[in-house]
Design a protein around this ligand. Structure first.
Ligand SMILES: CC(C)(COP(=O)(O)OP(=O)(O)OC[C@H]1O[C@@H](n2cnc3c(N)ncnc32)[C@H](O)[C@@H]1OP(=O)(O)O)[C@@H](O)C(=O)NCCC(=O)NCCS
Length: 270
């Protein structure tokens, strides 16, 4: 008898790939079996795996894993956009980070990815008016990952925060889609503005390690900010800025600097 055909709507190639990679990892290193099983193989979908992973990281003596997981599951059920964004971030990291060879790696090991997914849950809580829960998530993400993102900040999809030590993103900051940033980036205020006081980062921007972008200034689409810069003035689209204070030093050099940062685009297949 012929095999029953699978319902096309139940096919999830990304999740299948992640499970396949997880099985291979356990085969290659049996000692990691329990960890990989708990994080990936035990789950029926990417959202269940993500909620487990976020809860395992954020839980503490102050809030149990069961409670954190319930909060994350509820957020994912209320807003499917959270999981859509998590998928976009995963693919972004796989495509842009030369150290990422498998889709399963960010879920298991990359704190930039884990921190952004937890922030997304905190932002959802904030938007629902559950401010104390949102602050709790912010606190735990900051304690665990060294990534301090205010839950009111707005962040797009396809985000890669590589290395992710010491990231600060302020309350009124906006980050567009397909942005890449390295460690020690601050999107902060100058201390001289009230209310709307943080940067607005356009789509496709690449922000180098240690860059500080200060004040309610626009950073135009597809621009690049050099490592170590202090950006105090608006950056036009498609330019490269560098220095303290940052000045325009040239064109961005390509359409999407955040994507092409490592010239790996197109050399891997999902
Ligand atoms: C230094 C600071 C307090 C501004 O001080 P200010 O005296 O009002 O300075 P101004 O904005 O008038 O700028 C004066 C000059 O200093 C420069 N400047 C300002 N901040 C600078 C900085 N952080 N690094 C280097 N140069 C800076 C300006 O470009 C300007 O140069 P110019 O005169 O050649 O045009 C502010 O820019 C700053 O850095 N605040 C700290 C913010 C911070 O840490 N935020 C993180 C929050 S999470």
């Amino acid at each position: 008898m012929a095999e029953p055909r699978r319902n096309i709507s139940s096919v999830d190639p990304v999740w299948e790939q992640i499970q396949h990679e997880a099985q291979q990892a356990v085969k290659d290193e049996p000692l990691i079996g329990g960890f990989v099983h708990a994080c990936i193989l035990h789950h029926k979908s990417i959202e269940k795996a993500l909620s487990y992973r976020i809860a395992a990281k954020l839980a503490s003596n102050e809030m149990s894993m069961v409670v954190v997981r319930e909060i994350v599951d509820e957020a994912f059920a209320e807003d499917p956009g959270l999981v859509e964004a998590a998928r976009a971030d995963l693919v972004a990291i796989y495509e842009r980070d030369p150290a990422c060879h498998r889709l399963v790696q960010p879920i298991l090991y990359f704190k930039g990815y884990q921190a952004v997914q937890a922030y997304r849950v905190g932002h959802h809580l904030w938007m629902k008016g559950k401010r104390d829960l949102a602050y709790f998530v912010q606190m735990r993400v900051s304690e665990i990952f060294g990534v301090d993102i205010h839950p009111a900040a707005r962040i797009g999809k396809g985000i890669m925060i590589d290395h992710a030590h010491s990231i600060v993103i302020g309350e009124t900051a906006v980050v567009g889609d397909n942005v890449s940033m390295l460690h020690s980036v601050t999107l902060g205020g100058t201390g001289k503005e009230e209310e709307d006081r943080h940067p607005k980062i356009g789509d496709g921007v690449l922000i180098g390690a240690g860059a500080k972008v200060l004040g309610n200034i626009k950073v135009g689409h597809c621009s690049r900010i050099a490592a170590g810069s202090v950006v105090l003035e608006e950056v036009p689209p498609c330019k490269t800025v560098a220095g303290i204070p940052a000045k325009i030093v040239g064109e961005a050099g390509c359409d999407q600097p955040s994507v092409l940062m490592d010239h790996m685009f197109g050399s891997k297949s999902v």
